[in-house]
Design a binder for this molecule. Structure first.
Ligand SMILES: *Cc1c(COP(=O)(O)O)cnc(C)c1O
Length: 345
């Protein structure tokens, strides 16, 4: 039997595809892929891959082999890359799945070389997170690999930092120095930094899902994920009375309060206490967020009743400013108690 849950994440598949198409346009002649790690940034990677593959996306990225396995069989004509490379523990799975590792270390190179199968390689150009060095290429460490895509990653593409140009310049010196058929450095923000960054392939994540990585995206990237919660109870709170843990909200006049079925255990974190809102700003959060519940002031709406659904304001740039969380965190914290429902189109 299906339990209809009291909270749901409405997902707009047309918006997802429109965002990808816009990013593909901004990528110019470069192919435009999609980062679907962390279960498609919390939306559900299987559905994201299916929809983007239908729209023409060919290159997908996950973090680990467990994520690759969870995706199941890939749509015809698409490929999957595993960003964290390949550990000894992954080799059995890596031999049977269709994905390629993105090799990051000399040990990973040595481990994969013997398979003779294609891979991608990550080059660190200044982020100092993952990747081999430019010097490793000069030293011939990659000579025996069949490389599909040579990759690097920007540290500050969401800012105007001199590091961006320096990373790109160091990376493009490697053109033609490996067996790679193409190069790739740009995430969502990197695409918006300009066409010189797009090279052979771009790898957006955040902007696909409605995030605004740089101001240039404003008006082009649209919201994809819309959380909604049901009203468990509606009550009148008398002037001078308080609401919730810590009694932090005190009614300055008689106030109508609705208690919603969502809380920090669902990823609606306490940083929204007294700063979040519902119904496009009409219903401010009243007091602290509980684990499973949220109080909102609904004076503006007399005919909202127990059992009605309320839209939680979750435009990512705005919600990030309200909560102090990053747009990435806002997507990836949304928990398992949501029904994830794709709008039909
Ligand atoms: C997550 C990730 C991306 C996507 O980044 P966004 O900022 O979400 O666009 C691209 N490349 C790599 C290596 C990543 O880890």
């Amino acid at each position: 039997m299906t339990a209809f849950r009291p909270l749901r994440l409405l997902l707009d598949g047309d918006a997802l595809v429109a965002n990808w198409r816009w990013l593909a346009g901004q990528s110019g002649p470069a192919a435009c892929g999609a980062a679907v790690k962390a279960d498609g940034y919390g939306l559900g990677a299987v559905e994201v891959v299916r929809r983007l593959a239908n729209a023409g996306c060919r290159d997908f990225f996950v973090a680990t082999w467990a994520e690759a396995e969870e995706l199941g069989p890939l749509p015809e004509g698409t490929t999957l890359s595993v960003l964290h490379g390949v550990r000894d523990e992954d080799m059995a799975l890596a031999r049977v799945l269709e994905a390629r590792p993105v090799l990051n270390t000399v040990q990973q190179v040595n481990r994969w070389q013997a398979t003779g199968r294609p891979c991608d390689v990550m080059i660190d150009t200044g982020m100092n997170r993952l990747g081999l060095s430019v010097q490793h290429v000069a030293d011939g460490r990659l000579a025996d690999l069949t490389i599909d895509t040579l990759m690097s990653h920007f540290a500050c593409a969401d800012e105007d930092s001199p590091l961006n140009d320096r990373q790109l310049q160091d990376f493009v010196t490697l053109a033609g120095k490996t067996s790679a058929r193409r190069m790739s450095i740009a995430n969502s923000a990197g695409i918006l930094l300009g066409p010189q960054n797009c090279l052979g392939l771009t790898r957006p994540g955040l902007a696909l899902y409605g995030g605004e990585p740089r101001p240039e995206a404003r008006g082009h990237i649209v919201q994809v994920a819309f959380p909604q919660a049901q009203i468990v109870q509606r009550r009148r709170v008398a002037r001078g009375d308080s609401v919730g843990y810590g009694a932090t909200f005190v009614a300055t006049q008689d106030t109508e309060i609705a208690i919603l079925n969502i809380g920090y255990a669902d990823g609606y974190l306490r940083s929204f206490g007294d700063s979040g809102s519902c119904g496009e700003g009409r219903f401010p959060v009243a007091g602290r967020v509980s684990m499973d519940l949220l109080a909102i002031a609904v004076d503006a709406q007399p005919d909202l009743h127990e059992g009605d659904w309320v839209a939680i304001d979750y435009d990512l740039p705005t919600a990030a400013r309200a909560s102090g969380l990053s747009q990435y965190e806002l997507l990836t914290v949304l928990g398992r108690r949501f029904d994830r429902i794709w709008r039909q189109s």
